[in-house]
Design a protein around this ligand. Structure first.
Ligand code: F0G
Length: 412
């Protein structure tokens, strides 16, 4: 579909066939916009019914011109789980979990990557790069492999979750560890693409990534037959996803497909929470957290690139930003796994931990229709489970007597 770049700060609107990241007038971030009135001629509820639930169901709302270049691994179409057991535990009317761990590389990043890599190919790009806490790099490496182009990933020092690291390795990315945290790695990769403009930057400041990720909201609308939930809760790190989900709901509203939009509720880890802090203090700017810390390494970010978009999404939706502790995250991860059979990585569990906290402190009402988005699969970070859920291994001889002895009362 025909599209424009629009600056999120000064509103400057322009056309370009290239992948643009910054406003040529004020240097702030860009977003993609469409002529909604024109789009109405192409899009109706029936348009979507023709395609299976997936990112590409919404192709009329995506900024791709040459669909022959689309690089897809089958992204989107993730399940909206009815969580009856958790609903009873929390004593709430409804709880749905949209499990983005079901994507091809195990996280929501695939939604943005399929669109951004397809766009990169339209532009004849041969090398792509990103800085990542792990999931973006896993996704980038897989999609670049499929597209037959090179990928470079910059990772922070310290530990990148094992599963994510293994994915980047097997898909053949060039992996470079930066002496510094994620925010330093992001600054380095920005310098890299400035120096070598032939490399395409695939962090979420690339507005084409956001376009793919907005389909998460559109799928929710379709799965609920256009009955929008009251609130959507999701973890926030670099703040691209909350901005993307908000954009998706808004485009559906502007197209007249839904009547209202949900409250956007972002959850940060308490020692990596510049956005939640700014929100709670009523500030319009964030203060960077220099040494962010959390067991949820995916969201261990102190200077979120899309902070401005995220604050706007939360404020305009009458939403919230809240913090949770590492203990609360671990408890929520276990609860979701043991009561609903859904295994997510710690960052994803932040949405469930956030829900629990907001219900307890009265900021969420038990009658609201709530969706928690879980963003990445639990197998991404097995070490955390081994560290936090360790129970001694029971060893016995292979006889029924021995089994009876150790199982004892557990069978009644
Ligand atoms: N959940 C998971 C599993 C993530 O990997 C990320 C971000 C987020 C939540 C937060 O999303 O940054 O859009 O606010 N991971 C990035 C990465 C930073 O490099 O993989 P966000």
């Amino acid at each position: 579909m025909d599209y424009f770049f629009k600056c999120i700060n000064c509103g400057f609107k322009f056309k370009s066939e290239k992948v643009e990241y910054y406003c040529p007038k004020c240097n702030d971030l860009l977003e993609i916009t469409y002529d909604i009135e024109e789009l109405k001629n192409f899009v109706s509820k029936d348009t979507f019914e023709k395609y299976p639930l997936s990112v590409w169901r919404y192709k009329e709302l995506l900024p791709i011109k040459d669909f022959s270049k689309v690089v897809s691994l089958g992204e989107g179409g993730t399940t909206l789980h009815e969580c009856k057991n958790l609903r009873e535990i929390f004593n709430i009317k409804s709880l749905l979990v949209k499990n983005e761990g079901e994507n091809p590389t195990g996280s929501f990043k695939d939604r943005g990557m399929t669109v951004a890599i397809s766009k990169a190919l339209e532009n004849k790009v041969k090398i792509v790069a990103c800085a990542s806490t792990g999931n973006t790099s896993a996704s980038l490496a897989a999609y670049a492999a499929k597209a037959n182009i090179k990928s470079i990933i910059l990772i922070p020092e310290g530990k990148v979750a094992l599963g994510k690291m293994v994915q980047a390795i097997i898909h053949g990315a060039k992996i470079i560890q930066i002496n510094g945290n994620f925010d330093d790695a992001l600054n380095s990769v920005k310098k890299l693409v400035e120096y070598y403009p032939q490399i395409c930057l695939l962090n979420s400041i690339n507005p084409f990534r956001i376009e793919g990720q907005k389909t998460l909201a559109m799928e929710i609308c379709n799965q609920l037959n256009y009955n929008v939930p009251d609130a959507v809760i999701l973890p926030v790190g670099n703040a691209g996803n909350i901005s993307a989900v908000w954009k998706g709901f808004n485009e559906f509203k502007e197209l007249g497909l839904i009547k209202n939009v949900p409250r956007m509720i972002g959850i940060q880890a308490e020692k990596a929470a510049p956005l939640a802090k700014a929100f709670k203090e009523g500030k319009n700017e964030i203060s960077i957290v220099n040494n962010p810390e959390t067991i949820a390494t995916a969201i261990k970010i102190g200077a979120p690139a899309s902070w401005k978009k995220a604050l706007k999404a939360v404020r305009n939706s009458n939403g919230l930003l809240e913090v949770v502790s590492d203990d609360e995250i671990i408890e929520a991860q276990k609860l979701l796994a043991r009561k609903e059979g859904i295994f997510v990585e710690p960052a994803s569990a932040a949405s469930i931990a956030g829900l629990k906290k907001l219900l307890e402190n009265g900021q969420l009402d038990k009658y609201e229709n709530i969706i928690c988005i879980t963003t990445g699969h639990g197998l991404k970070d097995p070490d955390v489970v081994l560290k936090t859920c360790i129970e001694p291994l029971i060893k016995v001889s292979p006889t029924i007597e021995e089994l009876k002895k150790v199982l004892g009362g557990d069978l009644n």
